[in-house]
Design a protein around this ligand. Sequence first.
Ligand SMILES: Cc1cc2nc3c(=O)[nH]c(=O)nc-3n(C[C@H](O)[C@H](O)[C@H](O)COP(=O)(O)OP(=O)(O)OC[C@H]3O[C@@H](n4cnc5c(N)ncnc54)[C@H](O)[C@@H]3O)c2cc1C
Length: 407
Amino acid sequence: MHYDCDILIAGGGLAGGCLALALQATGWRVAVVEAVTDEQRRTSPAGDRALALAYGTVRVLDRLGVWNGVAQQAAPIEQIHISDRGHFGKTRLSARQEGVEALGYVITARVIETHVAEALSASSVEYLCPTRIIGLKSGSEGVCISLKSGDDSLNKTARLVVGADGGNSSVRRLLEIKQKTRDYGQTAIVTLVKPQHDPAHTAYERFTASGPLAFLPTSDGCCSVIWTQVSDEAEALMALPDSAFLERLQDAFGYRLGRLSLCAPRRGFPLTLVQAEQMIAERAALIGNAVHQLHPVAGQGFNLGLRDVAQLAELLIRADAEGEDPGSNRLLNRYDEARRRDHQAVIGFTDQVVRIFSNRLLPLSAARNAGLMALDHLPWLKHTLARHAMGMGGRVPRVGRMLRSVR
Ligand SMILES: Cc1cc2nc3c(=O)[nH]c(=O)nc-3n(C[C@H](O)[C@H](O)[C@H](O)COP(=O)(O)OP(=O)(O)OC[C@H]3O[C@@H](n4cnc5c(N)ncnc54)[C@H](O)[C@@H]3O)c2cc1C
């Protein structure tokens, strides 16, 4: 069979773009197909969302050569302050106690996406953009992929297709992989505020009766706000004038950073858990949100997705060195096995956090308050939580371990 490329990646977002960059130094001929133009990406409101990147994620981005280009626009998280509104329970995780420079970093999605797209355009990777994957037929010999670019249709053949096309993945649908979906009935309201006092590299996670509220410190002394609310309440908050919204936000967060002023429009992201029932099929693998679209409460989506990237990259780099077929069942099964436990752990953890911390029932609210108080007095448990927050709780694939220094 003739192959136009060895590996075709559908989706040049965070996961797909990073995988292509990880493979550029190999002998594999890689093509990336991305539906959205660079200009559309630069101006999309969704790009405003702030990502809390775990320490482990930053190490992988550094290894991929991405971090250097974006580090100046990232803010370190030196402490995480977790509290429950209206209760005494609180705890604080600290980078110093963990012996690291930062527990993680905050950066807007747009900064990384733009940098990755630019790096892709300048690389040896074939970058087809704007082009959309619309059809797929995989067999034991290879995969035939149908693409649409404006009015033009084209076909490509590859040894392996990787679905990195997000929560609404066409690849997942075309492979007829079933998905589990849970609508949380919640919306994340995202905005930016300038507090009166410098957040001093502290991230705040505050659990309120109506949902969790996160303040993430940005590089310019502001805080990126992610406020999760039941969808009806979110709609009402979105409809308020700025001053009334700010009053509600101030009331929920309190005055530990003094008065807040609003410095960006509000955006609403409806929250649904989407989980593919399989992450591999014949000559096909899924990575990132195409496998798991999570609630952002624990800030784990991209952190988890980048570990998919690192794992698949590690296997493909080894296959290149050993002359193995990149779409072999053996390789794909190893990818599936290596990723399953991490997926289950993070999805389960995120789901529990949503259930416990979005709940107004008194016993649960008392339990989480007691849990936060207990946590504050159990250094080993705090250390475990901090390791998870840093993305260091499980095995880090080789792409993440063979590292240059961060920053
Ligand atoms: C409010 C909010 C806050 C978040 N906060 C955090 C956080 O703090 N930390 C964290 O780790 N994660 C966070 N996340 C999650 C994070 O944004 C995602 O996990 C991440 O963007 C997923 O990247 P991806 O590349 O898998 O998918 P996407 O970013 O969805 O990229 C998919 C790409 O595929 C392209 N595409 C789609 N269909 C096709 C097609 N048919 N053909 C070709 N291309 C196609 C799209 O244009 C897109 O570029 C947050 C998410 C939200 C909504």
